[in-house]
Design a protein around this ligand. Sequence first.
Ligand SMILES: [Zn+2]
Length: 266
Amino acid sequence: MPESPEVQALAEFLAKRMVGHRIRTFTVRDQRVLKTRPAPDPAGEQVNGVLRFGKYLDIDAGANHVVCSLGRHGWVRWHDTRPAEAAGAEVVARLGLDDGATIDLVDAGEFRSVGVWIVPETADVPGVRKLGPDPADLSFTRADFRRAVDGRRKMIKAILQEQESLAGIGNAYSDEILFAAKIAPTVYASALDDEALDRLYTARTTTIRGAIDARRGLPPEEMKAAKVAAMAVHGRTGEPCPGCGGTIVDIAFGGTTAQYCPSCQH
Ligand SMILES: [Zn+2]
């Protein structure tokens, strides 16, 4: 599942190539992903910007915004020129620019989890409107963090992934943040003292901002491999912990999973 560092790098990649160009065609190939009906056609509009909100990608196209939620298995495929071959079944929407460049929105999942909204304002998308503060944002403060987590009787890993509390983070980066903060994923937020909350706040901002810096400039097709390679504990069950050399374990709880080091994280 793409999270804020990858979506941010993707938005910057697309902005460089799309801004100033006109949308020639926009085709939704799988109507299940289209969340606004009837949807206005953005064809003919000029792209003014490509931004990220939480895990959402926002293409600002004049009168409307094309907002994409990448879901579990969604991503974008960039083509410098119009592809000669027909789009595969995984291509759920295709956007063609006036210079021939083509952007495919793909969903590799068996069940479509990608969503597309075409709306006058980004905040017209309910999930965007409800987003909490974003740790990648330079204005994100310790007070924002405290409001989101302090005293809550809920597992910290679950809170870190709640988009309404803190935007942009999912299963992978929540594992990485908790490893950096040396906190176990199943600890309740209400059990964390000030010192632990400080560590978590620092880990959260440095992990996310560091990942954005690391992914910046990569082409979309290299993003997933770069993310996987950068993980210290996420997806590394059975491998040695980079902190202590112990074994990383996997636990399942509350409909999710976490990978962590029981020696380093308490
Ligand atoms: Zn360890």
